[in-house]
Design a protein around this ligand. Structure first.
Ligand code: GLV
Ligand code: MN
Ligand code: MN
Ligand code: MN
Length: 394
């Protein structure tokens, strides 16, 4: 099956009427994508091995050490694009097809991975599958993470055949991975060629703000009698923008829940999530401190309680310099940093890791408008095949 045929099969899964995807981990559309991946792997005679953390692996070549692993993720943000994640998985399968057509017989095993809950759209922590695999998150904490309906991660994955007590760092599997190369659509406006090589990922994280006020009637309650948590929430959103400008980073409040959510009711509570990123850790920390101070101040001013805390933090990642330079030379490709998080950034703490980016003509991502031209996707497949052949040896 060609890249185009695979893409045509996967593309409709979980796409909403506005073109945006909603493929949350272990919900219908994401399970359909997983089943699709397993069927594709089986059709190629790859050995499928789900790991203990909900990640899927498919192997070409018997289990051995020093494998070259590629892949990405199948889940999406709410309203996400088609390419973020699936492009890396489909390209991996297409690259294997290309190598086989050419009669390449790799000396090292080649693995294709589909990591679970990369976006953290359901349980709140990005790259949850790769964090568990590498030991970057305490399995106890992971088990207790709740989705928007209050269901615990541990219970949800138990319903899909995983043993919640077996979650966590998997040294046996990591020991088989000699290196990891993730192909991903570029998510900014930095790449001016079909394919590029990643240099680094900026530090970034997520913080949760809980404002608690007093619910009341929107008509009969005098302004001076209100404890309205929407007011400090609004201050906090503006403070995030100002702090990002002041310190030279970026900050976003992309998700909030207003409780109970009645047009004619003063809210009793607001929960909001801050995403902050910057070129260096002190920038990110300064942004968050400023936003936290602004939230505290505005909450006091409006008679509202606020608590805020870090939900996850990803330190700056520099990809393996040897791999990066080898890939850039092999592909004669531009090397560029990114401000987007990836499983590759998590894997990089444990195995030599690199990334390939495929051009995104507008740079738009985490949006239905995210796009990559077919010719660039095919150039990505060819580049990935060349990289796998180079790294796996023949
Ligand atoms: C993942 O795409 C992220 O950067 O949040
Ligand atoms: Mn993403
Ligand atoms: Mn992604
Ligand atoms: Mn005010």
């Amino acid at each position: 099956m060609t890249f185009e045929q695979m893409w045509a099969e996967l593309e409709p899964i979980g796409r909403g009427p506005d073109g945006g995807y909603r493929r949350f981990a272990w919900t219908g559309p994401e399970l359909e994508c997983r089943a699709w991946f397993l069927a594709q792997a089986a059709a190629r005679g790859l050995d499928v091995e789900p790991d203990a953390n909900g990640n899927l692996f498919a192997w070409w070549g018997g289990p051995g050490p020093d494998a070259v692993v590629t892949g990405s993720h199948l889940d999406s943000v709410p309203g996400g694009g088609a390419y973020d994640g699936p492009l890396g998985v489909v390209s991996a399968l297409a690259a294997i097809d290309l190598l086989r057509e050419r009669g390449v017989r790799p000396a090292r095993p080649i693995g294709v991975a589909a990591f679970a809950e990369e976006e953290g759209a359901r349980f709140g922590v990005a790259c949850l599958g790769s964090r568990l695999l590498t030991g970057a998150i305490d399995p106890d904490r992971a088990r207790g993470l709740r989705d928007a309906e209050g269901r615990r991660f541990g219970e949800v994955v138990a319903g899909h055949g995983l043993d919640p007590l077996a979650l966590g760092r998997d040294d046996a599997l990591l020991g088989r991975i000699g290196c990891f190369v993730e192909l991903h659509v570029e998510q900014g406006r930095a790449l001016d060629a079909p394919v590029g090589v990643a240099a680094s990922i900026v530090p970034h994280g997520r913080w949760r703000f809980d404002f608690t006020g007093r619910g009341d009637h929107a008509g009969t309650t005098l302004l001076e009698d209100r404890c309205d948590p929407a007011l400090p929430f609004a201050h906090t959103v503006l403070a995030a923008r100002a702090a990002a400008e002041r310190h030279g980073g970026v900050a976003t409040v992309g998700r909030a829940e207003i409780v109970p959510g009645g047009v004619n009711a003063i809210p009793s509570a607001v929960t909001a999530w801050l995403d902050a990123r910057g070129p260096a850790e002190p920038v990110v920390r300064s942004i968050v401190e400023d936003v936290g101070r602004a939230a505290d101040r505005a909450a006091t001013e409006h008679g509202v309680a606020v608590e805020w805390a870090e939900e996850s933090y990803s330190a700056a990642v520099e990809f393996d310099a040897g791999l990066r330079d080898r890939l850039a030379r092999l592909l004669d490709a531009q090397v560029l940093p990114t401000a987007a998080g990836h499983d590759a950034g998590v894997l990089a703490a444990r195995v030599p890791t690199a990334m390939l980016f495929v051009r995104n003509p507008t740079g738009i991502s985490h949006s239905p408008a995210e796009h990559a031209d077919l010719a660039d996707c095919l150039a990505g497949v060819a580049a990935l095949a060349a990289v796998l052949e180079e790294l796996a040896g023949t």
